[in-house]
Structures are given as structure tokens and as C-alpha cells.
Design a protein around this ligand. Structure first.
Ligand code: FE2
Length: 496
């Protein structure tokens, strides 16, 4: 941002100089000469200052060894099918309502439908509650899915550890989760951030680093692109199953809030598969109805002191579309006195200075950015670009078709944009960046990793990005967030 500010300072000084020149005409010649020399020296100093400071943010000097990301073999231990006839597998949970008093449990049984019942309770020995779910199945080209169960547990107490068991009739398995605290403005809560995960050896490192991070994430905000099954011939859906088993070690115990990415589209008319998002919507339910949404691709939830809006980069978002109308009505519903932290998830980033997927988010930015500024979104997390980037607080909303004012400018009401598509999938890293680094880009690095967003209270949240090459506790890029509604002061320079 320094150059933009310096440009403004420079223009100000030019106007000062012109005013000085007018006044100078009235002075004797020697004094005029001395004044001109002083003025020239003064301008020289300003120009040097501009030249020294005219750069964007930081492009990390860390160079990761450039290796191809390779998917883990089908017989890898992380893909092991649990023992026992018709044992539940690919278990995962997600918040099941608006306020965190419900959880949707999902799992797959491979041999027969079995039971969709969940027993649950606060004592591991005595699961006193029971809920009945339903089962579904889908075909994709020559693949037929296992039996996919989903069951919603309701009226849960806040901030409580629940045990739950699935697989009745044959092999049962037991897991646990902790419900979030009651929604409120000063409720501390820690979110994990993962995107574009896939199922490579790097993906496994990312998940391990998230699990081993001493700052314990309680819920993952996942910014899209889950299994990358569509990179296999005929979108081999077996890779959706392996992915579900791989991530179960986290997804069975804490909610992952899903965002649809382009690898969830699975549109393959060449093999007769013309219903977009078929595997994703069958496997990964989200509580979209709770926020008045009409499809699973955009929705919102409240969790602790955060209001989280999930948007769909690959559903229509133009004026008059269902997503547009929903979002237009959704922003005014956010009560920042109840949930001060307003977080938006999407897959395709709006501010991206890598040459990969460059400008793909632009049309959605043009449609929605004025609302993001008006409603003071704190932070936007996106994926898609397989690298890491954090922006300054900027907006680019002055432009209309005749004024030519298209330029990201510092804006304290604007969100910070974070691209965290660095989960480590088989497509490898995005390494090619636009040069020079744009003014709005605060930090960027081509490494795999994850982040945490640690809300302390209504005014402060601590954000940290971790690269996989470091020890579990090492923070590669950090920032103290000041809440845009409760504490809208300039944040101190991020340390990175
Ligand atoms: Fe993507």
C-alpha cells in the first residue's frame, strides 16, 4: 500500500510547491534561489523515499523443494477399510442447524444398507439418546456408491462432549464430538482452515500438521476441492471413498464446514454424467435450509462469536439469481452485536496475484464486493490457487463503466482476503506469481500448509498460517485481526 500512499503524498506536495511558487514571486532574487535549491532537495528526498518504499507486500523467500505431489496408493494405511462386516466408514459430522444445537452425522456402509440409527449421549458408557436417519446411494458411470447414511442429532446442549455410535445390526463404531458454546459476542473459538486437500502424501502432511498444531482447531472451515477424484479416469469415485476414509480421523470428531469447489462439479457429459455436484451432494450434507437457502451450495451458520457465510463460486451469482437474492437478504440478518466476527468462505479467490486461476473470481467480486465493504466482512477465505496469500484490507468498488477507476485501494471497511488452497493435492503447487507483487498483496508463498483463526473476544482474533516444512508449532505468517464492527482501528503490521 505504501506506493499508493506515497503517490497521494507526492500529489499533495506538488500542490504545496505550486502555492509556494506563487508566494515566492514576491521575494528578492537571492532568497528565491535559496528557496528553489531547498525545494529541489526536498523533492529529491521524497522521490528517494517513494523509490525505496514502492513495493507491495512480502513474497516469501522460503523455497520449497519442488517435488510432484503424488496421491497415496490405494493400499495406504490411511485408506484402510475398518474391520468387521458392513462396518461404518467415511464418518463425518457437520453443524446441523443455525446455532450449533444440532449435528448431522454421515457415514457409509459398503455391504448392505444396515441401520441409519445413531445412539448418542454425554456418557461413553450410556448412550441415552437415539436418532433415526436415512440412507441413499448413487451411480456414477460404472461406479455404484456404498450406502450413504445421514442422521441429524438435535437439541444438543452447548459446550458439551457427546459420544455417538453408528452401524447397528452389524459392526458398530463409536466416536465423539464437542458442541460449540452458546452463540455470543465474546465467546472464544478456534477455527482451522484447510483448502484443496486431495489425497496425496502432502495432503496427509497437511492434515497431520493441523492435528498436531498446539493451537487446537475445533472446527475446520474447508474452502473447497475435497477428493480430486475427478482427476482420475471417468472421475473414478473410488477416490471419493478413499478420501472419506483418509479424513475420517478428523471429520468424525469435529465439524468440517464444506464449500463447493470446481472439483466437486463432476460434470462429465462424455460418460453421460450431466448432473453437477452429484457425488458431493450425496456424500457431504450441509445445513442449508436453516439459513433459508434453497440449495446446499450457499448457506450460513453461527458458531460461537462468528457468523459464517459460505458462497458458491460455481453456481449462478448474477443479479436476480437465487444466490444473489439469498445473499442480499442474508447480510442484513447478521447481528454483529451477537456474532461480531463475519467470515465468508468461497472457492475462487477475488484477490489473487498468482498466474494460476488469475481473474477467475473477478466477475463475482464485481457483483458482491460492495456488500462486503458495506457490511464490513472481517475476512474472506478462499482456495482454488494451490499456494498461500494474504491481502491488505482493500476494496475496488469505485469503478463504473465510464469512470475508469478500477484500482484496489486501502479500505478499513474491507475484508482481508486469504487464499489458502495449499492443502497439498496431486495437482501440485502454484509457483508462478505475477510480478511485481501487487500493492494489495501483503504476503504470498508457494508452500503447502494450513491456518488457524483463533477468536479471543469481540475485538481480537489471532490468525496464523503454518507451512508443512516447519515444526508443528512454527507460524510462518501471522496477523492480529481487529474486528471490523467492534474494534475498527488499523491493525498493526502483520509479522511474517
Ligand atoms: Fe479449485
Amino acid at each position: 500500500m505504501t506506493c499508493i500512499w506515497n503517490l497521494r503524498v507526492f500529489l499533495f506536495l506538488v500542490s504545496v510547491a505550486l502555492a509556494y511558487k506563487e508566494r515566492e514571486c514576491a521575494l528578492p532574487q537571492r532568497e528565491r534561489e535559496m528557496g528553489s535549491i531547498s525545494m529541489l532537495f526536498f523533492f529529491f528526498l521524497i522521490l528517494v523515499g517513494c523509490a525505496v518504499q514502492s513495493h507491495g507486500g512480502k513474497t516469501s523467500s522460503f523455497v520449497r523443494k519442488d517435488e510432484k505431489a503424488i496421491d497415496m496408493a490405494l493400499d495406504s494405511d490411511v485408506f484402510t477399510v475398518p474391520a468387521g462386516y458392513n462396518a461404518p466408514q467415511q464418518v463425518h459430522i457437520i453443524q446441523g442447524d443455525m446455532n450449533g444445537e444440532a449435528v448431522i452425522v454421515s457415514w457409509v456402509t459398503q455391504d448392505e444398507p444396515g441401520s441409519s440409527k445413531v445412539l448418542y449421549g454425554t456418557s461413553e458408557e450410556k448412550l441415552e439418546f437415539s436418532a433415526e436417519g436415512k440412507v441413499t446411494q448413487y451411480k456414477f458411470y460404472t461406479y455404484t456408491s456404498g450406502f450413504i447414511h445421514r442422521c441429524t442429532l438435535r437439541k444438543l446442549k452447548h459446550d458439551t462432549k457427546y459420544y455417538y455410535e453408528v452401524g447397528f445390526g452389524h459392526t458398530t463404531r463409536k466416536f465423539w464430538f464437542t458442541t460449540p458454546p452458546k452463540v455470543g459476542p465474546d465467546v472464544p473459538y478456534t477455527f482451522g482452515l484447510i483448502g484443496d486437500l486431495g489425497q496425496s502424501y502432502d495432503s496427509n502432511r497437511t492434515l497431520t500438521h493441523y492435528e498436531m498444531n498446539p493451537v487446537k482447531g475445533k472446527t475446520v472451515l474447508f474452502v473447497g476441492d475435497l477428493s480430486y477424484a475427478d482427476n482420475y479416469p471417468n472421475h473414478d469415485n473410488v477416490r471419493w471413498d478413499t478420501w472419506g476414509r483418509f479424513v475420517e480421523r478428523s471429520t468424525a470428531y469435529q465439524p468440517w464446514i464444506w464449500t463447493a469447489g470446481n472439483h466437486e462439479i463432476d460434470f462429465a457429459p462424455e460418460i453421460g454424467e450431466t448432473i453437477p455436484f452429484k457425488p458431493f451432494t450425496h456424500r457431504y450434507p450441509v445445513p442449508y435450509r436453516a439459513s433459508g437457502s434453497t440449495t446446499p451450495f450457499w448457506y450460513s451458520i453461527k458458531r460461537a462469536s462468528a457468523y459464517i457465510i459460505v458462497l458458491a463460486s460455481y453456481s449462478a451469482y448474477g443479479k436476480y439469481t437465487p444466490q444473489f437474492k439469498w445473499l442480499e437478504a442474508e447480510f442484513p440478518k447478521v447481528n454483529r452485536s451477537e456474532t461480531p466476527w463475519l467470515i465468508v468462505l468461497m472457492h475462487s479467490p477475488w484477490y489473487n496475484s498468482y498466474n494460476y486461476h488469475y481473474m477467475e473470481g473477478e466477475s463475482m467480486r464485481v457483483m458482491y464486493e460492495p456488500w462486503f465493504v458495506k457490511y464490513k466482512v472481517d475476512v474472506v477465505f478462499a482456495g482454488h490457487v494451490h499456494a498461500y496469500e494474504r491481502s491488505e484490507r482493500v476494496s475496488n468498488v469505485a469503478f463504473n463503466i465510464v469512470n475508469g477507476l478500477c484500482m484496489p485501494l486501502p479500505d478499513p471497511s474491507a475484508p482481508v482476503y486469504i487464499t489458502i488452497g495449499d492443502g497439498g493435492n496431486l495437482e501440485g503447487l502454484a509457483t508462478n506469481m505475477t510480478e511485481p507483487q501487487p500493492e494489495y498483496s501483503a504476503y504470498r508463498e508457494s508452500s503447502f500448509g494450513h491456518a488457524t483463526f483463533d477468536i479471543k473476544n469481540r475485538t481480537h482474533a489471532y490468525y496464523a498460517w503454518h507451512r508443512n516444512q516447519d515444526g508443528y508449532a512454527v507460524e510462518a505468517d501471522t496477523m492480529w485481526f481487529y474486528n471490523r464492527f467492534c474494534n475498527a482501528m488499523d491493525e498493526p503490521s502483520a509479522s511474517s
